[in-house]
Design a protein around this ligand. Structure first.
Ligand SMILES: [Cu+2]
Length: 382
């Protein structure tokens, strides 16, 4: 029996965020006109012990400023989605800029809050879509870029990139003009994505952009490996138990997580079972997913894209079919029947969904929230 983690409802709502079919033109900010040159640092400093305990990299120091640093802001590779700022803590000088390069199944935000509790000040994550009662949309304060979004001058004004990095990679750049320590987070992944920016005086010695990037790349590689290992572990741990009579109960884990991201995977992804067997889908982590047997219907993403008419980026909608269960009818089902687990996860309506398969066939299913990660499975019933 797994221990259910106690996690804020906010996070669960947050993980609904956007998975969308390809083919949109990203309308978010991407700073093509950032004038700040990136320093071409030659090995200006001696290697010294890295501040971070994570993989050590050769350290050089930044040229006189201003320069631009890059922070890797999540990265999706195949079914693995790293959800971290890499590196999470960075030191810059007044006048320097940071460019966050975002990519992920669910998008990310770079958000400097306006108070002690950024999440609390946000309000509800999901709101009714005024334009369509069958959908919900994300709180525009989360989803869309704030008015102030080019310069961090030390004030405590709300600064938000809005959703970026989904479906395509995008960047967001902010110039820091005032010394201080500033914390920020991703509103979509607040439990794994928080960071700090320490702004030193203009003449201070700080690590070069190359060193910062090398540190980020090393962390990214480590986190990707960690996710792969977790998916493998769950696959290896796939379990079954005796069911009624001669039948068998098979367990399918829905999704996988580490402290640095998630894997969009069902484990095991393919099952061969016998008519009369039972399958229990279970998800007990912070991300939520669904299990949709499309039957004779077309499988579509449950996420829609809503460009902001005022040009502040993209918002996203979630259709009810992705969230609300469609259980088997009393007369039973076969591989042409549409079925939905509804949303599965901690504090969702369900943690588990149990189906008994009585008819031979090939049952294809997928998660309509993580189509972008290729989250799909099959059950062959003989
Ligand atoms: Cu999913």
């Amino acid at each position: 029996m797994k221990v259910v983690r106690r996690i804020s409802r906010l996070l669960l709502l947050a993980t609904l965020a956007a998975t969308v079919a390809a083919g949109t033109t990203a309308a978010c900010d991407s700073d093509p006109a950032d004038p700040t040159p990136v320093a071409s640092s030659t090995a200006a400093g001696e290697a010294s012990p890295a501040a971070s305990a994570v993989p050590s990299v050769a350290v050089t120091f930044a040229q006189p400023g201003p320069v631009t640093f890059n922070v890797i802001t999540g990265r999706a590779e195949g079914n693995r989605d790293v959800e971290a700022f890499m590196p999470a803590d960075i030191r810059v000088r007044a006048g320097d800029s940071i460019q966050w390069t975002a990519h992920g199944f669910e998008g990310h935000t770079i958000t400097f809050g306006d108070g002690d509790d950024t999440l609390a000040s946000l309000g509800e994550y999901l709101l009714p879509n005024p334009a369509n009662p069958d959908e919900r949309i994300f709180n525009p304060r989360l989803a869309l870029a704030s008015e102030k979004q080019r310069t961090h001058d030390g004030t405590t004004e709300w600064i938000n990139s809005g959703f970026i990095g989904v479906p395509a990679e995008q960047t967001y750049t902010l110039t820091f003009t005032k010394e201080g320590l500033f914390t920020y987070l991703c509103l979509v992944h607040p439990f794994t994505m928080t960071g700090t920016v320490t702004v030193e005086p203009a003449g201070a010695q700080v690590e070069s952009p190359e060193t910062v990037s090398a540190r980020g790349e090393a962390e990214l590689a480590e986190y990707l490996d960690e996710l792969g290992a977790e998916a493998q572990r769950l696959n290896d741990a796939a379990a079954s138990a005796p069911g009624p009579g001669t039948s068998t109960i098979h367990y399918v884990q829905v999704g996988a997580i580490t402290d640095h991201g998630q894997v969009a995977i069902y484990t095991p992804g393919a099952l061969d079972i016998v008519a009369g067997d039972t399958v229990i889908f279970q998800n007990d982590d912070r991300n939520f997913h669904n299990v949709i047997f499309r039957g004779d219907r077309e499988l579509t993403s449950g996420i829609g894209i809503i460009p902001d008419p005022e040009g502040r980026g993209l918002n996203f909608s979630l259709d009810n079919a992705s969230a609300i269960a469609v259980d088997p009818p009393p007369e039973g089902f076969d591989d042409q029947t549409f079925l939905s687990s509804g949303s599965l996860g901690v504090l969702q309506p369900r943690l588990t969904w149990t189906l008994r398969f009585d008819k031979p066939g090939t049952y294809l299913y997928a998660c309509t929230i993580h189509v972008l990660g290729g989250m799909a499975g099959v059950i062959n019933v003989r």
